[in-house]
Design a protein around this ligand. Structure first.
Ligand SMILES: [Zn+2]
Length: 1007
């Protein structure tokens, strides 16, 4: 038999696109359009509807960048349309290649209630499923003229990313605003053809594919090009047996869940996300109402809360839909945050605030953590996920790896403490599935656990900028629910999917340690103000809780619960995976910088008030210590008298610079401001590699191949300039510390001023640095070549440390050329280590440096980057960093130095010292939070953790009598119901902690 396969396929494709799809709307009449362009920011629907509208000719331009234009659409359904389904068809000038990255609109009724959104992949609004004929139509569209920042224009700098610098000209022109008859049979025929065309495209040659092609030919023979609507049913009847042929018994199963990934800010500001959420939710509620088995999942309590606060009509419908079980709150977090950089306490609060919101508003909790898009996953997460009560974890981002393909799609992920969490990566490699034939085939063939697991998840709907599921996706699911040659697709809640997967978990593979994303490594450094702001406010809020909790128990001060919740929720929002990573437009980061300053001021004010309440008015010089370790001889959470150190720090001139010394260390600094020697006096051990200098600033050219603010590509290392000369260096002594001041040029445009200082009784050489940074596409590193043969680096992560090999034996090690830390990174040989601490940095790299007798390491902190996309002025301006070089230390020493750097003691005046409310004694354990219970019962929550990775014991005492002391979850709920004994004043609670274990204790005071 001759083969005509290609001719059949071309015939069907042309009939579909040129004849059948245009016939879905059989007849249309134009709506009368008037418009009202808002002068500034968005206003409420009632205010906008009450505005003045002037006529708008469809086809004419509208919409300056970031503007809002309200359109009013009026008309009458023609009497001849009696009995037909009538829709409004609205094309604001969409570019169909991208949804959520350009103009979009939300349709309202005249009473201000919302109907449904229109976007590039969703032009329609249902007027009536069955017209009488003669009905008046009156609708409003709130159209947002958001500029296109990314798509189709490469990664070129743009001024459109901030309303302050954006253009004023109209960006769009309306294309079609009509009433139209929707032909269900023609739509169904279009979907039949599309599904079969896509299915055959991924089938091997054989009878199934051949019969699909023959059916397409036979069917199209019945299509009357002059009466598509009239012949559609006959054409469909020929395709019916092919579409009815059931799937193979071994067919892969797809658990589809309607979804819209909505970035809480990215190429649009936060205020636009609030509207994006409303648009998507309106559309999804409409879709839920028109279907019976579709389900929709939405993450981020913050996004629900935006609706709750501003859109009561929509909120009421959301609450109803959640109650039916078809609108599913996912993820249990406040936002889909970055998980690499936030502190342990911050991640706990993401879960606490997220789950408490879902519980309070809907009476439900999420059972899994849903983070499809953030940039790598901390190895502390499995424990935190489990201790917050979740049962599973979902992402797909690791499929973006540049180098190594992740070996599993369904597995048990083990964290630093050994906790395992059931984890799934969808083999479709997307969080915005459309259920296309290509996606279904990919999921089926590439699923790594095909040998024993039957199914995978498909988050289905347009995402990033929202949009969600479409009726086309609904139609694809219907046709692929049981179709020969295709995976079986069904709408299924992720919980049900994971229940089935859990039953298989004994046979699932495991993955241990961090889920490192081999991409987007620049996000640890870009937009330094985000990093500095986040670190500062998350520490300040934890400190504020300590002092306010103490003041409320000891002095009956009122604890400002509402204010603290609001402050925390703002911090949590800014940990969203495009804000803290520094990958948003200029507008987002400008507002975030302002917000961080406000948050810090608010926290400082609360701390000041609480300390004043605790000490009482007086003139004694006192010291308050809010850091978890004894500092300046003051215990955690205590206030005591100032004590001056016994030793002293000296500075003397040497042949080529200065020597700074105290009883513990001796540091040589050259006249160029480089550290040429750093000696631990007790052991006589030199920390700096022979012939090399530390505190060396290095500038690299840094133009990644794509994703500028996100990526640093490995070849950045190949072009480097060492800043070895100084404009000026000078030594001084401020009475306590030995100091060297250094002024250095980075280029003709940028310079850096450093203060190196050594305090008495300290192993830490502190480097305080102000950088005037005006570079383009350069990467600033601070290098410490260390004579330490460390097989691994030890970097702080949430509630512990993560170790990574310093070699590049495997492609996995080699790809980890820029990695994360929290407040310190340590390298050590048994008995001797050197740490670098920081106040606002998250990125570092480490390489081995050959020496005469082996190798040492070059440990480099990532200081600043200068990408020009999406914010053309990223990081231009002044930045302050503080680093510490800790000479002769170990993990506990590094942890103490890092804590003292991040949360220094506070010098205050008052009448009296204050004993700590709780006291923790134990080696390698620390308190991470002491706060009031979130239920506002007056109970005290104390969280402790082991940070060295070994078993440890400790004792907890309280300065007040307690009725009960109970271990609780991260959500502060009892682990084992039942009576628990209290403690008398000073009575000890014995603690036993496993490696990296996080324990939360709930203390109920006697009252
Ligand atoms: Zn995202």
């Amino acid at each position: 038999m001759h083969s005509n396969d290609d001719i059949t396929i071309a015939r069907a494709k042309r009939a579909l696109t040129e004849r059948i799809l245009p016939a879905v709307y059989a007849e249309s009449v134009a709506l009368r359009v008037t418009a009202s362009e808002l002068p500034g920011e968005p206003v409420s629907a009632p205010d906008a509807i009450a505005g003045t509208f002037t006529s708008h000719a469809v086809g004419s331009p509208w919409g300056r960048a970031w503007g809002t234009t309200w359109f009013r659409l009026r008309g009458t359904i023609p009497p001849s349309w009696h009995g037909r389904r009538v829709e409004a068809v609205i094309d604001l000038g969409f570019d169909g290649r991208m949804t959520g990255f350009q103009c979009e609109g939300l349709v309202y009724r005249p009473d201000g209630t919302s109907v449904k959104a229109v976007n590039p992949q969703n032009h329609w609004v249902l007027i009536t499923p069955e017209a009488e004929g003669g009905e008046a139509v009156d609708l409003f569209v709130e159209a947002a003229s958001n500029p296109t920042i990314l798509h189709g224009r490469g990664y070129l700098p743009t001024a459109q990313g901030d309303v302050l610098t954006a253009t004023d000209d109209a960006l769009y022109a309306t294309r079609r605003i009509d009433l139209a008859i929707f032909e269900p049979a023609v739509f169904d025929l279009a979907m039949d053809l599309e599904v079969l065309l896509e299915l055959q495209d991924h089938l091997a040659a054989g009878p199934r594919r051949a019969r699909i092609l023959q059916a397409l030919d036979d069917a199209l023979d019945l299509l009357d090009p002059r009466d598509i609507g009239g012949s559609a049913d006959a054409v469909r009847a020929v395709l019916r047996p092919i579409l009815d042929s059931p799937a193979e018994s071994s067919a892969h199963r797809i658990a589809a869940v309607g979804h819209a990934h909505i970035d809480s800010a990215w190429l649009w500001p936060v205020r636009e996300t609030e509207r994006k959420v409303a648009r998507t939710v309106s559309s999804m509620l409409a879709l839920l109402e028109e279907t019976d088995d579709f389900i929709y999942g939405m993450s981020s309590a913050q996004q629900f809360d935006w609706i709750r606060r501003a859109r009561p009509d929509l909120w009421e419908r959301v609450v109803e839909a959640v109650a039916t079980g078809r609108f599913i709150p996912l993820g249990g977090m406040w936002v889909e945050s970055d998980t690499v950089m936030p502190s342990g306490e911050s991640l706990v609060r993401q879960f606490l605030h997220g789950q408490r919101f879902f519980e309070r508003e809907f009476g439900v909790r999420s059972t899994g953590v849903w983070l499809p898009d953030s940039f790598g996953y901390s190895p502390a997460l499995p424990q935190l996920i489990r201790r917050a009560g979740f049962e599973w974890f979902f992402t797909q981002k690791i499929s973006w790896n540049q180098t190594n393909e992740f070996p599993h799609h369904a597995f048990v992920w083990h964290g630093i403490d050994g906790t395992g969490i059931l984890t799934h990566f969808p083999p479709m490699d997307t969080y915005g599935a459309q259920l296309s034939g290509e996606e279904l085939a990919r999921a089926s063939t590439r699923f790594r656990e095909n040998r024993y697991a039957p199914a995978s998840i498909a988050p289905t709907g347009y995402g990033d900028g929202g949009g969600g599921t479409t009726r086309e996706m609904i139609a694809r699911q219907k046709r692929t629910s049981d179709l020969e040659g295709s995976p079986r697709v069904e709408w299924q809640a992720p919980d049900l999917f994971f229940d089935e997967l859990a039953a298989l978990s004994p046979s699932l593979p495991t993955w241990s340690g961090e889920l490192y994303l081999e991409l987007h490594r620049g996000t640890l450094t870009s937009q330094h103000a985000m990093k500095a702001g986040n670190r500062q406010v998350e520490q300040l809020l934890v400190e504020a809780e300590i002092w306010m909790m103490t003041a409320s128990v000891l002095r009956d001060a009122i604890y400002p619960h509402d204010e603290m919740d609001a402050l925390w929720e703002s911090v949590l929002l800014h940990q969203f995976h495009d804000i803290l990573p520094g990958t948003s437009i200029a507008w987002v980061h400008r507002e975030a910088r302002e917000r961080y300053a406000e948050l810090a001021a608010a926290a400082e004010s609360l701390i000041t008030t609480a300390l004043a309440a605790l000490t009482g008015a007086g003139e004694k010089d006192l010291v308050a210590n809010g850091s978890p370790f004894v500092n300046a001889e003051i215990a955690f959470g205590a206030i005591g008298p100032v004590r001056h150190p016994d030793g002293e720090a000296t500075i003397s001139e040497s042949s080529d610079g200065w020597v700074l010394a105290n009883d513990l260390v001796r540091v040589s600094v050259s006249r160029d401001g480089l550290i040429t020697s750093a000696v631990d006096l007790a052991s006589g051990r030199e920390a700096i590699l022979p012939g090399r200098s530390a505190n060396l600033l290095q500038v690299h050219d840094d133009l990644p191949n794509e994703w500028d603010a996100w990526d640093v590509d490995r070849f950045y290392r190949n072009r480097r300039e060492d800043l070895t000369s100084a404009i000026r260096t000078a030594a001084r002594h401020d009475g306590e510390r030995a100091i060297v001041d250094i002024d250095r040029a980075i280029s003709t445009r940028s310079r850096v001023v450093q203060t190196l200082s050594l305090a008495p009784d300290s192993r830490e050489l502190r480097i305080e640095q102000t950088t005037h940074w005006q570079e383009d596409e350069r990467f600033l590193k601070l290098s410490f070549p260390l004579d330490v043969r460390a097989e691994s680096s030890i970097a702080e992560t949430q509630f512990g440390v993560v170790q990574r090999p310093t070699h590049t034996n495997t492609s996995w090690d080699d790809a980890r050329f820029e990695t994360s830390m929290h407040r310190f990174v340590l390298v050590e040989e048994p008995g001797f280590g050197v740490a670098v601490t920081n106040d606002s940095s998250y990125g570092f790299d480490i390489t081995r440096v050959p020496t005469d007798n082996g190798w040492g390491v070059d440990l480099r902190v990532s200081v600043l980057r200068a990408p020009v996309f999406p914010d053309p002025d990223t990081d231009r301006g002044e930045h302050r960093h503080v680093f510490g070089l800790v000479i002769g230390t170990d993990t506990p020493g590094a942890m103490r130095a890092a804590a003292a750097l991040g949360v220094p003691t506070r010098a205050i005046r008052g009448a009296n010292s204050v004993e700590p409310l709780v006291r923790l004694v134990g080696d390698g354990i620390a308190v991470s939070a002491m706060k009031p219970a979130a239920d506002r019962s007056g109970d005290i929550i104390v969280r402790v953790h082991e940070f060295q990775g070994r078993r440890s014991i400790g004792k907890l005492t309280a300065s007040i009598a307690t009725k009960s002391v109970r271990p609780v979850t991260l959500l502060e709920e009892e682990l084992e119901p039942g009576a628990a004994a209290g403690l008398g004043v000073g009575e000890e609670l014995a603690l036993v902690l496993a490696p990296f274990e996080v324990q939360t204790w709930r203390l109920t005071p006697e009252r």
